[in-house]
Design a binder for this molecule. Structure first.
Ligand SMILES: [Zn+2]
Length: 117
């Protein structure tokens, strides 16, 4: 009896056309514009919106320029940014910004977007 060659379990990779993508959850081939996977129902959110706020920039602004409220302006909270500017001579905003910067950088991208995106 001839020995069976080791079975290759992986199916041949499907080639995606330009208007297709894989489901994040089950890897089914979807239309690129699909918002929900018809197979598993998982929402296909885009990784990072172009031009969107990102936590790394916000965190770096907060750590380096936080005493001037730069991260608040960046996150679309100009009133808070002005308060930081007004009180920057007390160094209290710098301390708060330092903490905020660490919080931004330790949040997950999803959490950050949910709150500030
Ligand atoms: Zn799926």
């Amino acid at each position: 009896m001839p020995a069976e060659p080791a079975a290759t379990t992986a199916p041949p990779p499907q080639t995606l056309s330009a208007n297709q993508k894989y489901c994040h959850a089950c890897a089914a081939v979807l239309d690129a514009r699909a918002e929900l996977c018809p197979k598993c129902g998982v929402r296909q959110s885009e990784p990072a919106p172009v031009g969107g706020r990102n936590k790394t920039s916000a965190g770096i602004f907060a750590l380096l320029l936080g005493g001037l409220g730069v991260h608040k302006f960046y996150l679309g909270k100009p009133v808070q940014g002005i308060l930081y500017l007004l009180f920057c001579w007390t160094f209290i905003p710098s301390v708060i910004a330092l903490i905020e910067g660490i919080v931004y950088l330790t949040k997950s991208d999803a959490e950050f977007r949910a709150k500030y995106g």
